[in-house]
Design a protein around this ligand. Structure first.
Ligand code: AKG
Ligand code: FE2
Length: 298
């Protein structure tokens, strides 16, 4: 059964304190706030680049079913496909040094490589009810019966693109829930155990795919909460989002590292034979993919 978490507060680490400190808290609590993960310049540009696309997104998600509507929210706009339209996402987010310094040892500990699961902007408007509590790894149901001892398959760098307050729907999270004994119980009733992740824009709530969390209710009058869920996962899992349709010219403007993050390169796990290849060879090599090319448009 579930139990009260060992950490009564969400611990915060400044980005400058480095990956080792972040990983230590992530391991112990299943969640950590990285303060100043994105510089003001980066999150302001991200916000500008997504404004038009976000405005086109419907308010009420068309997904059917109680669970899905509990997840998507009536006053929530969701936006995907950021690498396609945001140069800042392609250049700054996908090459973020601290993100890679965290992911390399985190997934490497299990002999794994990593790439993107999805990037989803979640904008919660006033009047939106709280999202159902969940673990992100429920996307891959194979993991839940294995429970706390499964290798880390998926983490979420949930970046605040506006201020997050308890009142405006800050993500609610249960530190320690990545270590609960049984992952098959209903976590939607664990609301009293949650803590709001109050953050400044540019901070990042990094949490394990095993950690129970959910978007908070927006009880404010007119305060919109905007965040970006950036899921990073092992390359042996099929990602949630597909980026194959992004024009090749756009992909070729990116670094090799960023191309791999959006699945346009093969993956090499230490000791493994290679994944996502063509004829046993690096995908990018086989299709003659260039990198770091100056972009003419967009
Ligand atoms: O919006 C939030 O704060 C959390 C969103 C989330 O956890 C999800 O969509 O999986
Ligand atoms: Fe989630």
């Amino acid at each position: 059964m579930t139990r009260t978490s060992p950490a009564a507060v969400l611990r915060r680490v400044a980005a400058q304190e480095g990956a080792e400190k972040v990983l230590q808290v992530l391991k112990e609590d299943g969640v950590v706030i990285i303060q100043g993960f994105l510089s003001p310049d980066v999150f302001q540009k991200l916000n500008e680049e997504m404004e038009d696309e976000l405005a086109k997104r419907p308010l009420v998600c068309e997904h059917e079913g109680e669970w899905k509507s509990g997840v998507t929210g009536a006053q929530t706009r969701r936006l995907n496909q950021l690498p396609g339209f945001s140069p800042t996402f392609r250049q700054q987010i996908l090459n973020h040094p601290l993100l890679h310094e965290i992911c390399e040892p985190l997934f490497g500990a299990h002999g794994c490589d990593y790439w993107m699961n999805t990037a989803t902007v979640v904008q919660i408007g006033p009047g939106n009810a709280a999202q159902s509590l969940h673990r992100d790894q429920e996307l891959y149901p194979v993991f839940n019966p294995i429970g706390k001892n499964a290798p880390e398959a998926l983490v979420n760098f949930f970046c605040a693109l506006s201020t997050f307050t308890d009142e405006n729907g800050a993500t609610r999270v249960i530190p320690g829930s990545h270590q609960w004994d049984d992952f098959t119980t209903d976590v939607t009733r664990c609301v009293p155990q949650t803590i709001p992740a109050e953050m400044e824009a540019g901070d990042c709530l990094l949490f394990s795919g095993k950690t129970v969390h959910g978007g908070g209710a927006n009880r404010s009058q007119n305060n919109i909460r905007r965040g970006m869920a950036l899921g990073v996962q092992t390359t042996y899992l099929t990602p949630e989002e597909n980026y194959q349709h992004i024009p090749r010219e756009v992909v070729e403007s990116m670094t090799p590292q960023a191309q791999k993050m959006i699945h346009w390169r093969s993956s090499y796990c230490p000791g493994g034979a290679g994944l996502w290849q063509i004829n046993g060879t690096e995908l990018a090599h086989e299709i003659g993919l260039k990198a770091n090319q100056p972009k003419k448009t967009i």
